[in-house]
Design a protein around this ligand. Sequence first.
Ligand SMILES: NC(=O)c1ccc[n+]([C@@H]2O[C@H](COP(=O)([O-])OP(=O)(O)OC[C@H]3O[C@@H](n4cnc5c(N)ncnc54)[C@H](OP(=O)(O)O)[C@@H]3O)[C@@H](O)[C@H]2O)c1
Length: 250
Amino acid sequence: MPRVVLVTGASSGIGAATARRFAEMSRTELVLVARREARLEALAREIGGATVIAADLTAPESPSHIAAFVEERHGRLDVLVNNAGAGWGGRFAEAGWANVARTMDLNFNAQVRLTEALLPLLRRSAPSSIVNVASTAGRVARAGAGAYAASKFALCGWTDALHHEERSHGVHVGLVLPGFVPTEGFPAEEIRHHPIWRWFIGSDRGVAEAIVDCAVHRRAERYSPRYYGLAAVVGAAAPGLVRAVLDRTS
Ligand SMILES: NC(=O)c1ccc[n+]([C@@H]2O[C@H](COP(=O)([O-])OP(=O)(O)OC[C@H]3O[C@@H](n4cnc5c(N)ncnc54)[C@H](OP(=O)(O)O)[C@@H]3O)[C@@H](O)[C@H]2O)c1
């Protein structure tokens, strides 16, 4: 039986790299989801065929539409990669609730709603996996990225709980926390040219490996690059130190 893998946000960056990485594995059928259909079609051709679903994940009807399509076309789902997301920067006093709301809508609510729609199929296909792509910003928050951090902190907390809940149903739930990775949505210009921070840049291919590790080898959590995990450890063990460092850069 082929392994059916659905990747959201597959039209660019980490999602496209993840689709390419899974496509290298034998007997794997990909389902690619994002809004830009032409991009998905081009990727499907490049990797030798895939099911393409052009959808806005924040639209109310998208989760049920995607679930019905996957059920009808493939009849099973082995891996769900909740990767689609965006970061709209801005300090709260200027960007306000509107920025928090739209960020939560895409980076948290959309992941939860798609998972809800696909969970019955994932349970029926068990052993299966869900991999949620959060961020190091889901463990350490910086000034100017409060809405983004809030959405990723929420995603981390919900993922941790779901991991325990779905264990007995054979659905493994993993969490991937990327650091800085230059992509269309996250060009990281200032980081790429920074004398120190430029050494902390990862790759979309590296994050894709971490996603495969969680999905296939059933890891609970992976930072990419791995050393970003230190930030979370220091943040939990010495929050005052992290606050002092971040205060200096705010
Ligand atoms: N790059 C980094 O430095 C970094 C660091 C930490 C975490 N992350 C996380 O990694 C994930 C992927 O980011 P990326 O760096 O690969 O960014 P990206 O290249 O901008 O990709 C974002 C993807 O999300 C899709 N998307 C955005 N809004 C959507 C919507 N309303 N409905 C459906 N799909 C939507 C986009 O496709 P369409 O525009 O075609 O819809 C695109 O495929 C995100 O969750 C991000 O928060 C990235």
